[in-house]
Ligand binder design. Structure first.
Ligand code: CMC
Length: 428
């Protein structure tokens, strides 16, 4: 392949270098486009053709259905690693040895408390508040309690900020859940694993010892691993762009949480379950909903289907579908919604509308069914996604700061009014 791309404008040729990644992805490097062409820019709404950065964290090939964190396949990580190992891998670049993992865990545990004044903020929310609104606000509040931005030139400062948020965020998640359920706001248990602690903080009752169910612990571990990073998705790009102004880590993360909430992104897991419930209530007629999804006059979309990057299958969905079957079976849960989901998937896989547009189930299609079997309410699903995506956001923010990326500030093409004289109010 040639090493340059040529763009011709008004008969003048401009050359731009091609850059190649370690997996042979190619990009035209247009850093000098404006200066070389006297101000011409590119336009690409939704960044469908635009790489925003070079990154060494996550590789995904949407055509082949490949997802790897730091070179390790998602299939292998989901089977053999635990979530905290994956957190370390994403943020620091390599799998930890046992001493590194132990130190990392104990540093996180030392930070697993929040300022007691945060209880007052949690208390101020009505029980009806949506958990995503609550967790976004609490993460912002954490910023107010820790206002200084991180000195990114100090490894120690960087590390401290990272273990702080990894310790405190699960407390906020658990408190969000407990407030909604009228339970006392508790801290965790230092003697148990990172994921066990999350479950215990969420579900322990004041009058009885919390009993761990290994099926539930493993299921949550796997779900968190599968959600841990996904390169430059909407919330991650939001975190990177917010952080590029050199605002601190916690403030950058809070922007990611808000971006995640949307139903086209992380909010899809709640939307999927609500859709499946609605289909069930409506008599379980999946064909009717397939027709709605295909009707361009109808705003209905088959939630949990389609992906900006995966045009073959989402490898996370494959793992989750298998896990959903096993977990429901192991927990002895029969959920009619699982059958509706399977029927919809089967129909979509054989329907030319979905086949032609390469629309396959994504990570959110089956995850809600597992969360529900674990006793997690629908409106908490996206909060659980945020818990899983936290290490990805941290790793991407850290990479962006260490690479000293410039402030994110796209251009536009102005299509509004040209200069016009001001009109006095009585003349309008
Ligand atoms: N149901 C029906 N039609 C769809 C769907 C769907 N779920 N998704 C895409 N299409 C159609 C769309 O109408 C368009 O058709 P046409 O070419 O005739 O105009 C075509 O497929 C391409 O869709 P697009 O909206 O241009 O694709 P996109 O890359 O901009 O959007 C998406 C990707 C994920 C936002 C979209 O597929 C979608 O809205 N899916 C449902 C929401 C969802 O499940 N989101 C979770 C994504 S995975 C987890 C995450 O990111 O957090």
């Amino acid at each position: 392949m040639s090493e340059k791309a040529t763009i011709e404008i008004d008969g003048k040729k401009h050359e731009f270098p091609l850059i190649k990644g370690t997996e042979n992805e190619v990009a035209i490097d247009i850093k000098t486009l404006r200066s070389a062409t006297n101000g011409i820019v590119t336009i690409d709404p939704g960044f469908k053709n635009t790489g925003s950065c070079e990154s060494a964290i996550t590789f995904l090939d949407g055509e082949k259905g490949i997802l790897r964190y730091r070179g390790y396949s998602i299939e292998e990580l989901a089977e053999k690693a635990d979530f905290l190992e994956v957190v370390f891998l994403l943020i620091f670049g390599d799998l930890p040895n046992s001493e590194e993992l132990e130190k990392f865990h104990s540093d996180i545990k030392a930070q697993s408390v929040v300022d007691e004044d945060i209880r007052k903020i949690v208390d101020a929310f009505p029980k009806s508040a949506h958990p995503m609104g609550v967790i976004a606000s609490l993460t912002s509040a954490l910023t107010a309690f820790n206002p200084s931005s991180v000195n990114v030139n100090s490894d120690e400062d960087m590390y401290k900020a990272i273990v702080k948020i990894l310790g405190k965020f699960p407390v906020l998640v658990a408190w969000t859940f407990r407030k909604k359920n009228g339970l006392r706001l508790e801290y965790g248990d230092k003697s148990v694993g990172y994921v066990e602690n999350i479950l215990k903080m969420m579900f322990q009752l004041p009058n009885e010892e919390y009993q761990f169910n290994p099926i539930v612990v493993n299921a949550l571990d796997k779900l968190l691993i599968l959600h841990a990073d996904h390169e430059q998705n909407c919330s991650t790009s939001t975190v990177r762009i917010a952080g590029s102004s050199h605002v601190g880590l916690f403030a950058s993360l809070s922007t990611g949480i808000s971006a995640l909430w949307g139903p086209l992104h992380g909010g899809a897991n709640q939307a999927v379950l609500e859709m499946l419930e609605a289909i069930k209530e409506d008599g379980g007629d999946s064909k009717k909903y397939m027709a709605k999804a295909k009707d361009k006059e109808d705003p209905f979309r088959l939630m949990g289907f389609g992906h900006r990057v995966y045009k073959n299958f989402d490898p996370r969905a494959k793992i989750i579908k298998k896990a959903a079957d096993e977990i429901l079976n192991d927990l002895g849960v029969e959920d009619p919604i699982l059958n509706i989901a399977k029927a919809l998937e089967q129909e979509a896989l054989n329907d030319p509308y979905f086949v032609d547009r390469k629309l396959y189930p994504n990570v959110d299609f089956y995850s809600g069914i597992i969360y529900r079997a674990m006793g997690i309410p629908t409106d908490m699903f996206t909060v659980m996604f945020a818990l899983g995506r936290l290490p990805g956001w941290i790793a991407q923010w850290k990479e962006m700061r260490l690479n000293n990326e410039p402030i994110g500030r796209p251009r536009q093409i102005y299509v509004g009014e040209t200069l016009r004289p001001f009109k006095a109010i009585n003349k309008r």
